[in-house]
Design a protein around this ligand. Structure first.
Ligand SMILES: C[S@@+](CC[C@H](N)C(=O)[O-])C[C@H]1O[C@@H](n2cnc3c(N)ncnc32)[C@H](O)[C@@H]1O
Length: 235
C-alpha cells in the first residue's frame, strides 16, 4: 500500500496552489488550509487514522530506517497512524505502541493504552514486553502534551517528555534501562516544539548518537513550531 502511495507523487504535488489564487493578505492562511486539506484527504483515502502518517512516511523516505523484521517502540502512538505505517513497513517485526489514551487495536501491533511513559510502573511494563526480544532498533516519539497556551512552557514540557524516552534506553548503567537500543544502527526519532531548549537537547543526543538531524516534513502545518529530531548510530 505504501509503495503505491510513495510513488503517487503526494509529496511533490503538495505545494502546488495554482488554482484560484487568494487575495494577497490571506495567502499564508490559504496555503496552510490547502496543505492541511490535502494530507487529511489522503489520510482518509489510505485508511490512516491521522494525517501524521505522512510525516513518518516522508522521514522514512529520507532516512530509510523502517525495514522488515525490526523491533520498534512508538511512544505517544494514539490514534495509531504511525503504528499503521510501522506494521506495513516492518513485516515479521515487533511493534509496541503506548499512549495516555485508549488506542483501538491494530493488527500486528502490541499496544499499551492508558499508559503514561513517565510512570515507573509503565516503564517496568515496557521492559517486560521487550525483555526477550533482544535490542530495540527504532524508538519513535510523536508525543504532544496538552498545550498550556504558553509556547515556552509547552516547548520545555515536550523536551522533558522526549528526555524521559531518551533516558529509557540511554542511561550509562544498562541495568536501569527499560530496554536496550541497538548499538549497530539504533534510531531515535522524536518530535519537539522549537524553542530555547532545543540546542541543549540536541547536544545531549549528539553525545550518544553519531548523527542527529533536524527535519520538518511537508505534512507539518506551516506555522507550527513542530520539528523532528532524527538520531542514528547509537554509541
Ligand atoms: C500527536 S499525537 C500522536 C499521533 C500518532 N503519532 C499517530 O500517528 O497517530 C500525540 C500523543 O501523545 C500522547 N502523549 C502525551 N503525553 C504522553 C505521555 N506522558 N505518555 C504517553 N503518551 C503521551 C497523547 O495522548 C497523544 O495521543
Amino acid at each position: 500500500m505504501l509503495k503505491k502511495l510513495e510513488n503517487s507523487g503526494i509529496f511533490g504535488k503538495i505545494r502546488d496552489f495554482s488554482t484560484k489564487k487568494p487575495a494577497k493578505g490571506n495567502l499564508n492562511r490559504y496555503i496552510q488550509r490547502q496543505s492541511t486539506d490535502e494530507f487529511t484527504i489522503k489520510a482518509r483515502e489510505h485508511n490512516f487514522r491521522a494525517r501524521s502518517a505522512f510525516k513518518l512516511i516522508e522521514i522514512n523516505e529520507k532516512f530509510k530506517f523502517l525495514r522488515p523484521g525490526i523491533t520498534v517502540v512508538d511512544v505517544g502512538c494514539a490514534p495509531g497512524s504511525w503504528l499503521q505505517v510501522v506494521v506495513d513497513k516492518c513485516p515479521n517485526g515487533y511493534a509496541l505502541g503506548l499512549d495516555l489514551q485508549n488506542v483501538l487495536p491494530i493488527r500486528g501491533a502490541d499496544i499499551l493504552s492508558q499508559s503514561d511513559v513517565t510512570s515507573s510502573e509503565i516503564q517496568a511494563k515496557i521492559r517486560e514486553k521487550l525483555q526477550n526480544r533482544g535490542t530495540v532498533d527504532v524508538v519513535l516519539s510523536d508525543m504532544a502534551p496538552n498545550p498550556t497556551g504558553d509556547s515556552e512552557t509547552d516547548h520545555l514540557r515536550l523536551i522533558e517528555l522526549c528526555r524521559t524516552v531518551f533516558r529509557l534506553f540511554s542511561k550509562e548503567n544498562t541495568v536501569e534501562n527499560a530496554f536496550e537500543l541497538s548499538r549497530k544502527n539504533g534510531v531515535f526519532l522524536c518530535k519537539i516544539w522549537d524553542g530555547s531548549g532545543r540546542g541543549e537537547f540536541v547536544r545531549e543526543l549528539s553525545d550518544r548518537f553519531s548523527m542527529v538531524k533536524t527535519v520538518k516534513p511537508m505534512a507539518c502545518r506551516d506555522m507550527s513550531a513542530e520539528l523532528y529530531l532524527f538520531c542514528r548510530g547509537f554509541k
